[in-house]
Design a protein around this ligand. Structure first.
Ligand SMILES: NC(=O)c1ccc[n+]([C@@H]2O[C@H](COP(=O)([O-])OP(=O)(O)OC[C@H]3O[C@@H](n4cnc5c(N)ncnc54)[C@H](O)[C@@H]3O)[C@@H](O)[C@H]2O)c1
Length: 271
């Protein structure tokens, strides 16, 4: 029996994920795709995604009536607000890509209690960041300190509070544009919220996980670094993620992380 999976969102992640799911009919059945606007979604469902056209809808009831067992959200924080609770109430498990939405304590608490009450599970994708398995295990062993460092080329910080603390157009050395807690980072730099929140939720929490954001003329793409110290040892992780060509603000690996999380639910041996 294949796992019945439905998506919220059909952008860069949703399309790449749908393609991956369709390639595994023995394991999963894509039952429906909920979108905000039907016309751009229909236009995107071309070529090898043509089969998705009939599954697209902007009506939540129609979409839930396809009886998914697992819903994957890849649509943004507003979509989590709009649909996550209804999904759990309908008896589906939920896999979230927009992890930054859980920096709102009330939303996290509501989802936790709804999932408990309905016997369902909310899983967060590791998405653009790696090492979450080591970090969660090391947290249980005892973690002392965790820092997430995000580095982007100076121009990528335009339109953010970084403009007020660094001369972005003339930097010849890395400049620290933010230092604080993951909670403050998510509030002031919402575009970095997903990765910082994922590291924080996996380790010392939003108030005790440190975040540094750097405008760095030495990098050409977004660089993620995580450093952690604890009873289990020392972790130093660096990722240079390639952007998804369809949405350069999203790392290409994110859709594959969601796909792996779905396929792991159906695999006989899971790694
Ligand atoms: N965890 C991570 O590492 C990570 C990395 C990148 C992106 N993300 C999250 O994934 C989300 C999607 O990324 P993307 O690159 O696919 O974005 P995108 O802009 O390419 O696509 C977003 C899709 O969601 C749909 N959508 C928006 N609001 C909706 C709503 N209320 N209901 C239904 N559909 C709605 C849009 O119509 C579009 O199809 C991002 O907003 C971000 O929160 C997480």
């Amino acid at each position: 029996m294949s796992l019945r999976v439905a998506l919220i969102g059909f952008g860069a992640i949703g399309q790449r994920l749908a393609r991956g799911l369709l390639a595994h009919p023995e394991a999963v059945e894509l039952t429906g795709v909920l979108v905000h606007e039907l016309d751009p979604a229909r236009a995107a469902a071309q070529g090898d995604l043509q089969g998705v056209r009939a599954l697209l809808t902007d009506q939540r009831d129609t979409w839930l009536a396809t009886r998914p067992e697992l819903v994957v959200e890849c649509a943004g924080h507003a979509a989590v607000d709009a649909h996550a609770e209804a999904v759990l109430r309908a008896g589906c498990d939920l896999l979230l890509a927009s992890v930054g939405s859980l920096t709102d304590d009330d939303r996290l608490a509501r989802l936790q209690s709804l999932a408990t009450a309905s016997g369902r599970q909310v899983q967060l994708v590791s998405g653009a960041i790696g090492g979450i398995d080591w970090l969660t295990a090391a947290r249980d062993a005892g973690l002392r300190d965790v820092v997430y460092r995000g580095r982007k080329p100076p121009a990528a910080w335009r339109g953010s509070p970084a403009e007020a603390v660094a001369q972005l157009s003339s930097l010849d050395a890395p400049a620290l544009v933010f230092e604080g807690s993951a909670r403050q980072a998510a509030r002031d730099f919402p575009r970095n919220a997903n990765v910082a929140a994922t590291v924080a939720l996996a380790t010392l929490g939003l108030d005790h996980t440190r975040v540094e954001l750097w405008a760095d003329p030495g990098v050409t793409e977004n660089r993620h670094e995580v450093e952690a110290w604890g009873e289990a040892g020392h972790l130093l992780l660096r990722l240079d993620n390639r952007p998804d060509p369809q949405n350069p603000r999203t790392s290409l690996v994110t859709a594959h992380s969601a796909l792996r999380a779905v396929l792991n639910r159906c695999a006989a041996v899971v790694l």
